[in-house]
Design a protein around this ligand. Structure first.
Ligand code: F6P
Length: 455
């Protein structure tokens, strides 16, 4: 069996920090099985204008190869091109893109740097799997220095329509970067179709059928590989978590009110202010529910160094404060807003306690919170998922109440419908979603992608 090399911007602290999420666990399992290397950013700054040395460390049969990046790299590659250009572009926020030439140059420079550091570690029959928008040009940089190994890429975030994508000044280099891979995976067929129509629009290639695409005369496999979660493990975690002191204390504090839960990184793609406005509409239109529900919004801070995120933090806090001020009572706070990360086991328990899960991003590649919320439910008395039609997960979770997150009143109506849904309908919606999640879990995703890459 070929060795596997995984490359991603962030590398989980396996065996060090808190237990890693499903993706890290699945990739770790694949690496342990085949032996291999996980390369990426250490998560730290070298504190100078040069990247730090390569730290190579063996942990549990996996070689971790990590580099501190320089302050300039972090500003141009991470905060700059990756998160102030590609992220807003792929989430249809052209108004937030900032096409600074030096950031684009920094992005390609850091990709070249990772390629050069990786090359001496590669053996001839290794297969290389690169993750996400930070590292699109990695394969072309590796090919440029003579690496001929199989290489696959998975895009965790949406791929936009050509009208949006072609506004990117360096779109040719980004497309060229992707077409250097042997397999390119997207979250949904919609994303893969957007990519193929971009190739066609530019007259450089397109979908040639049978899971193949062509560009610049080169053929490669491309298509949808919707990512899953560790469904059974997460369901078990939720079952155990409801018995823990932290979750019981929280459940008691609800004093019999129905819980509506939202859990999102603080990001403008998540539709947080629209969701809070939707909940406000629901309370205004349904006075009988006032004092009988509590919305818990858990929103850890994210990418604080990127302009736009700090403003976002103020806006969400203001929206929650406005609703609490206008509709709250002496003995009832409509929204509890928590601006930090919560332990995964506690979260699993909160999902199971909740009557409604609100996952209403304006645009999202997949959204694993939606999947985890479903997996955490009690099959005898499941809660209801309110899900944005613009999350990749909406393609699979058709038992959710699907909403257009821009339509505030529709969001409010969905909350009302979810809270009053009879048990029989809740069960009928839950069962097929859970079956889908069990059949298409993260280890299946991993092995499906790797088998296409290998073959
Ligand atoms: O899923 C998209 C993603 O950008 C991941 O690549 C990333 O690890 C996560 O969101 C959190 O963002 P960041 O790494 O910028 O903190």
């Amino acid at each position: 069996m070929s060795r596997l090399i995984v490359v991603s911007n962030r590398v989980p602290d396996i065996g060090k920090g808190p237990p890693p999420g499903g993706l890290a666990v699945a990739l770790k399992a694949a690496l342990e099985q085949r032996g291999g290397i996980w390369m990426g950013w250490s998560g730290k700054s070298s504190g100078s204008q040069e990247p730090g040395p390569l730290h190579v460390e063996d942990r549990g049969g996996i070689t971790f190869a990590l580099s501190d990046l320089s302050r300039r790299d972090l500003s141009e590659y991470y905060a700059g091109f990756a998160n102030s250009v590609l992220w807003p572009l792929c989430h249809y926020r052209l108004d937030l893109t900032d096409y600074a030439r030096k950031d684009m140059a920094g992005y390609f420079r850091v990709n070249r740097f990772f390629a050069e550091r990786l090359r001496p570690l590669i053996r001839p029959d290794d297969i290389i799997w690169v993750h996400d928008y930070h590292l699109i040009p990695l394969a072309s940089e590796l090919r440029r220095i003579g690496v001929e190994n199989r290489m696959g890429f998975f895009m965790h975030i949406p791929w936009p329509s050509p009208d949006v994508f072609l506004t990117l000044p360096v779109h040719e280099a980004i497309i060229g970067g992707l077409t250097a891979y042997d397999v390119v995976g997207f979250q949904t067929t919609h994303d893969a179709d957007n990519f193929a129509s971009g190739l066609k629009r530019e007259g450089i290639g397109g979908d040639v059928g049978g899971g193949w695409m062509e560009a610049y005369g080169r053929r490669f496999r491309a298509g949808a590989f919707p990512i899953g979660i560790a469904t059974r493990d997460f369901a078990e975690l939720a079952r155990q978590a409801v018995r823990t002191a932290a979750v019981r204390r929280f459940a008691d504090s609800l004093e019999g009110r129905d819980l509506i839960i939202g859990v999102d990184r603080l990001d403008y793609s998540k539709g947080l202010t629209q969701r809070i406005d939707g909940y406000e509409k629901f309370l205004e239109a349904n006075p009988a529910w006032r004092g009988r529900t509590t919305m818990l919004q858990v929103t850890p801070k994210s990418r604080t160094e990127v302009p736009g995120y700090a403003a976002m933090q103020r806006e969400v806090a203001e929206s929650a404060g406005r609703v609490n001020g206008a509709l709250g009572r002496l003995d009832w706070v409509p929204i509890r807003y928590v601006n930090r990360a919560i332990d995964q086991k506690v979260l699993a328990g909160l999902y199971r306690v909740a009557r409604v899960g609100m996952v209403t991003p304006l645009r999202d590649g997949m959204n694993l919170v939606a999947k985890e919320f479903v997996a955490a439910q009690d099959p005898e008395d499941p809660g209801v998922l309110v899900l944005s039609r613009f999350a990749g997960a909406a393609q699979e979770l058709d038992g959710a109440i699907l909403v257009n997150p821009y339509d505030i009143e529709a969001v409010g109506n969905a909350v009302a419908k979810a809270l009053s849904m009879p048990l029989e309908e809740r069960r009928a919606r839950f069962a097929p979603m859970m079956k889908q999640l069990e059949e298409h879990d993260i280890s299946r995703w991993c092995s499906d992608f790797l088998s296409v890459l290998r073959d």
